[in-house]
Design a protein around this ligand. Structure first.
Ligand SMILES: [Fe+2]
Length: 186
């Protein structure tokens, strides 16, 4: 059980009553900025443990009505994601500890593959900052911004995110799409 989890869940229950993804994500973003920036959420030590092979992805809370899930990710030095989407769900991602580098991408079909281009400059996100993503403009890369430390993020999705698309560079400068199944670590 995490200190502050009850408040987080109460706030998310209220936020998902908003009428549109735009309004929901605006509210969830401000809730995460409040709670994470103000130290209002303290989680169990098991969430802090990084994994050697890849960032860790652990379930913090699943809404019984499946309207949202809250997931904690733990990033060791050098760990990050490929370019990815969020399975068609809205999402809000906030920094709990450390620092993250967030780069937004534009992805467009090109024949049997995709063109992938960064949008703007990578953003350095510190504790208490949160970003919201609404498909279809939700392509991005997250990476731990700390060379020598672990960073942690809290992700709220508008449902149960069990898969997403990832985009990896091919030899000809275009990108190939793969569907990645997502599960939770212990
Ligand atoms: Fe993401």
């Amino acid at each position: 059980m995490a200190a502050g989890l009850t408040e987080l869940v109460e706030r998310l229950n209220a936020a998902v009553e908003e009428p549109t993804s735009e309004a929901i994500t605006r509210r969830v973003k401000s809730d995460l900025e409040d709670l994470l920036g103000g130290g209002g959420l303290t989680i169990d030590d098991r969430f802090r443990v990084p994994r050697p092979d890849c960032y860790a992805r652990r379930l913090l809370y699943q809404d019984p009505g499946n309207r949202f899930t809250a997931v904690v990710m733990t990033w060791g030095p050098g760990q990050g994601t490929p370019v990815h989407d969020h399975g068609g769900l809205w999402c809000v991602e906030g920094v709990m500890e450390g620092e993250m580098i967030v780069t937004q991408y534009d992805v467009t079909p090109d024949g049997d593959a995709f063109r992938v281009r960064p949008v703007g400059q990578p953003l350095v996100a510190g504790v208490g900052s949160a970003g919201r993503l609404i498909p279809p403009t939700d392509y991005h890369v997250l990476a731990n911004g700390q060379d020598n430390g672990t960073s942690m993020t809290l992700h709220v999705y508008g449902g149960n995110l069990d898969g997403c698309r990832i985009f990896t560079p091919a030899d000809d400068g275009r990108y190939a799409q793969t569907v990645r199944a997502l599960s939770y670590h212990d």
